[in-house]
Ligand binder design. Structure first.
Ligand SMILES: Cc1cc2nc3c(=O)[nH]c(=O)nc-3n(C[C@H](O)[C@H](O)[C@H](O)COP(=O)(O)OP(=O)(O)OC[C@H]3O[C@@H](n4cnc5c(N)ncnc54)[C@H](O)[C@@H]3O)c2cc1C
Ligand code: FES
Length: 280
């Protein structure tokens, strides 16, 4: 059954809460109306508004793959009013969901190409659906090799550890490089910031798209590293997190220059970003 008022949330139940890091939980939710669940479709990179009744709503990217038909996932970092209320929920709690909103990563243009994924901290959340979409058995033949370079402040700050250390590295034609900012006794892997690791790994640009998300400083230096390695601006994509209210292009809250992040984004190529005022 469709929802006619775009501002009216669908009611959903939190069926599981996965603790990713000290301040990030992944909320797995299922619509109470199973017809709404079956009718839901999002594309990798899209966002939705998640509400805690009586508290408010906030924007989150869908961190589950569109190919997962059983539930939706949102990975939420505790930041303020709504996110703290979400973190206080227990499985069985009701939440509201509206969306999906915005554009997506250009997964059609990426067919037949390789993908380089670069994430920092919770920045892996919007990139994860694209990886899992491409790895789904029905889509895998359409895409080339997948390389993932991901970093966090510490081991405990890395999200999606099961996928990062088991599912993805074990998948054919997938390579994962993980790094943490500062050495830890039990950590055998790489130590250092993501942009420096990108320079070390030296990915090649041929037939490859890049998707990046993480703290602005990480994105800034990673883009410089990629440009030095010969990647073209129109093959580098990122996703913006300007504050949103309506999510449907009506309130004017999320604009960057003449573009609305909720309607024209949140995914932009570096070519597009280079044409926007530097307000993001
Ligand atoms: C397109 C988009 C995608 C997002 N995806 C995710 C996601 O997947 N996971 C996630 O945890 N968060 C995500 N966010 C950020 C999330 O929406 C904010 O953390 C949330 O709105 C905070 O709500 P709150 O009521 O808990 O905090 P508030 O009480 O409103 O604010 C707490 C503090 O956080 C700051 N803040 C709030 N929103 C933002 C923002 N968008 N950018 C920077 N600072 C902010 C406030 O200025 C304040 O300092 C996304 C935001 C956008 C716009
Ligand atoms: S959030 Fe209202 S116009 Fe974008």
């Amino acid at each position: 059954m469709g929802v006619s008022n775009p501002l009216l949330p669908r009611v959903a139940t939190v069926v599981d809460i996965i603790r990713e890091t000290g301040d990030v939980n992944t909320f797995r939710v299922v619509f109470d109306d199973l017809e709404e669940m079956a009718a839901w479709n999002h594309r990798p990179g899209q966002v939705a508004m998640l509400s805690v009744f009586g508290v408010g709503e906030a924007t989150f990217c869908l961190s589950s793959s569109p190919t997962c038909r059983d539930w939706l996932e949102f990975s939420v970092r505790r930041a303020g009013k709504v996110t703290t209320a979400l973190h206080e929920l227990e499985p069985g709690a009701k939440v509201g969901v509206r969306g999906p909103y915005g554009n997506s990563f250009p997964y059609e243009a990426m067919r037949g190409k390789h993908l380089l994924v670069i994430g920092g901290g919770i920045g892996l959340a919007p990139l994860r659906p694209l990886v899992n979409f491409m790895l789904a058995p029905e889509n895998r033949k359409d895409y080339g090799k997948i390389e993932i370079i991901y970093g966090g402040r510490s081991y405990n700050d890395l999200c999606y550890k099961e996928e990062l250390f088991r599912t993805w590295p074990e998948a054919p034609d997938v390579t994962v490089w993980t790094t943490i900012d500062v050495a830890e006794e039990a950590w055998q892997g790489h130590v250092g910031f993501v942009p420096a690791y990108v320079e070390e790994v030296k990915p090649t640009p041929e037939d490859k798209f890049v998707v990046i998300c993480g703290p602005p400083i990480m994105i800034k230096f990673t883009v410089k590293a990629l440009e030095n390695l010969g990647f073209a601006a129109d093959h580098i994509y990122t996703t913006l997190e300007m504050r949103m209210k309506c999510g449907i292009g009506k309130c004017g809250r999320c604009n960057v220059g003449a573009r609305f992040v909720c309607r024209d984004g949140p995914v932009f190529s570096l070519t597009e970003l280079n044409q926007l005022p530097q307000e993001y």
